[in-house]
Design a protein. Structure first.
Length: 313
């Protein structure tokens, strides 16, 4: 399955084979992440208060009800507080069929820290409801987005009409924030984008990425000489408005490449372990890939990317 964050993205579909739901086609709307803003919140995810998590979930639900009004339903499934314009029964069904299996697979492969604070998941049925939700909570319109993760509030808002992949992308962001709050932005975006279109392994314990429309964007950027090197992407501003589409395509395709080589999970754990001395993650990436330097990884990735293009194109 698949998901997104306050970095804001164009979302692709998700193929959820293990749970047998079909996902909508990608909207291809350009998403500019929150992380493209000058200041990205990378503070350690400390517990907000001494109250039990259950009590803080109830408090979060109460605030949402006051902000969203009686025509929105709220349910608590600790550590998640789910809200939306669907019925409570429909919200619970989406929790069971999408949130639970996705969170379980992500925890099995990557995340070891259980969220210590409530995570709010707001699921909107349409563009209009998505805009309404954002306006009621932040007094902001986000017409160009399909999903957003607001780090400072640990809050996901998605237009579920764009596909379950949007939810998977943003859910990845929220759980990564709890497990690895200083995760390099380029890697976090790549991992979240990977889950826009993926399927469960046969045992349901892993999410396996599939190629989607971003792959073609990356290939075309490579042909035009516009695909940046990993050293540039990791060290300079990621996802600036004039090149967000290409940057997202690059990091998603790179994560897919690492997963195909069996290195993605290993890289996540090495990157998290070495975060203090390796904030960009490049040393850890070279370590797990047995590469002499980042350029060697780029060279191998580009050869792979070209080989993935269907014959005749």
């Amino acid at each position: 399955m698949t998901l997104t964050r306050t970095r804001i993205l164009t979302i692709g579909p998700v193929l959820l084979v293990a749970t047998c739901y079909a996902i909508a086609a990608p909207s291809h709307r350009l998403v500019t992440p929150e992380s493209a803003n000058p200041a990205r919140d990378t503070t350690v995810d400390k517990i907000d208060s001494n109250e039990p998590l259950e009590s803080r979930c109830r408090s979060a639900a109460k605030k949402l009800r006051a902000s969203l009004g009686i025509d929105w339903n709220i349910i608590i499934r600790e550590p998640f507080v789910l809200g939306g314009d669907a019925t409570a029964e429909e919200l619970d069904e989406r929790y069971k069929k999408t949130v639970v299996p996705t969170a379980r697979a992500l925890a099995f492969s990557y995340f070891s820290e259980t969220p210590r604070n409530p995570i709010v998941l707001l699921i909107c049925s349409s563009d209009d409801r998505f805009r309404e939700c954002n306006l009621r909570l932040d007094d902001q319109e986000r017409n160009q987005y399909s999903g957003i993760y607001v780090r400072k509030h640990r809050r996901v808002i998605v237009n579920i009409a764009s596909g379950e992949g949007t939810l998977a992308h943003e859910l990845t962001h929220s759980l990564a924030h709890a497990d690895f709050p200083t995760m390099p932005e380029w890697f976090e975006e790549g991992l979240a984008s990977l889950h826009e279109e993926c399927e469960f392994s046969t045992d349901g314990l892993h999410l396996i990425g599939n190629s989607n429309w971003r792959h073609e964007v990356a290939f075309e950027a490579l042909e035009r000489g516009e695909l940046r090197l990993i050293e540039d992407v990791s060290s300079n501003r990621f996802g600036s408005p004039h090149r967000a589409n290409i940057d997202y395509a690059y990091v998603r395709s790179l994560c897919l490449y690492l997963q195909k080589r069996g290195l993605l999970e290993q890289f996540y754990h090495a990157c998290r372990s070495n975060a203090g001395s390796d904030p960009t993650g490049l040393r850890s990436l070279c370590q797990v890939a047995h590469a002499a330097n980042p350029r060697a990884i780029d060279d191998a990735f580009r050869v792979w990317l070209i080989a993935q293009r269907p014959r005749g194109q």
